[in-house]
Design a protein around this ligand. Sequence first.
Ligand SMILES: NC(=O)c1ccc[n+]([C@@H]2O[C@H](COP(=O)([O-])OP(=O)(O)OC[C@H]3O[C@@H](n4cnc5c(N)ncnc54)[C@H](OP(=O)(O)O)[C@@H]3O)[C@@H](O)[C@H]2O)c1
Length: 332
Amino acid sequence: MTRTILVTGAQGFIGRYLVRALCDYGNCRVVGVGRSPDNATHFTHNIHPGGAERAAPLPNALLPDGPNYSYVATDLSDAAATARLIAETAPDIVFHLAGSLRDEPFERLVTNNIVVTRHLCDALAAHHAVLVLGSSGSIYGELGGGGMPLVETGATEPIDLYAATKRTSEDIVRIATRAGKIDGRVARIFNVVGPGQEERHIAGRIASQLTELRMGRRDGIALGPLTAWRDFIDVRDVADALVAIGLAGAGEIFYNVASGSETQIATVYDVLVAAAGIACPALTQLPGRAVDIGRQVVDVSRLRSLGWQPRVDLAQSLGNVMQYYLELATNA
Ligand SMILES: NC(=O)c1ccc[n+]([C@@H]2O[C@H](COP(=O)([O-])OP(=O)(O)OC[C@H]3O[C@@H](n4cnc5c(N)ncnc54)[C@H](OP(=O)(O)O)[C@@H]3O)[C@@H](O)[C@H]2O)c1
């Protein structure tokens, strides 16, 4: 049976890698959704490799789209348009990655993380489809309320508004699932790393500054505190995890999507500096966030029980990020 699979946020960072994994998996028709026009060559975000702002091009491994892929531009904050999209595509599985990220204004967080999720759940009610929500590991907050490691059955205590809106989107999926409207699953994605990543994320930010340093466009690196411990996972492993969760039989709703290893941000910095081939750059310490999570240790046994295993280790992943930025700056 050929499944129809919808990917929202398909032209975003994780969405692009998920579409590639689904096209490679085969035996499915993949329909991508986002607000922006169809774009075969670039992500939706901009980056500044070496200084000048530009749309982030797709790494070669993501080119070209598979023959079983098509894209529909739809703003999911429009309830009627979302209902039409679902009626016309009749998806068996929806991977819902559309959303707004941490530093966006509250109104956008509410619209794109909460309202959009409600629209999708309502539109899917008559279809009994699987819906996999791309949520965030940040919903656990400091110590997850229940200590380490963070397990899916533990408490969640968001410490910022982004995480609060992701937590609410989880509730919407859980409620629709309990009401029998959808077969909902929630992927709590931790810190993603991979080529094409923007500077809003720590690895992209460091790689971008190191690239500017290599090009003589800055004298040193300026970053917030490097002391926090996080679980970093390669974007290709995230895509594999999402596929495993989407194709799993009915069972659990919540899944941690992480590597299962903790790494201090200082180590991420050191690995990227080595990959850039720069000896001891001058490092200026900037103030950190007013409220932040000090440490995350994640239990991934539920995800592993689906047969998922990470394929890309952190050193390789960070090396790929550094190479992506350096190549872009060199070819600019
Ligand atoms: N990256 C991470 O480290 C990370 C970690 C944990 C969780 N997550 C979650 O994973 C998901 C994907 O993250 P990402 O890094 O791939 O983000 P991203 O690159 O910003 O992609 C999100 C996409 O959502 C689309 N979108 C936003 N609002 C929309 C709307 N109203 N209707 C239709 N499409 C809309 C945007 O495309 P258009 O501009 O084309 O609409 C954008 O490309 C997000 O929900 C995020 O919260 C990410």
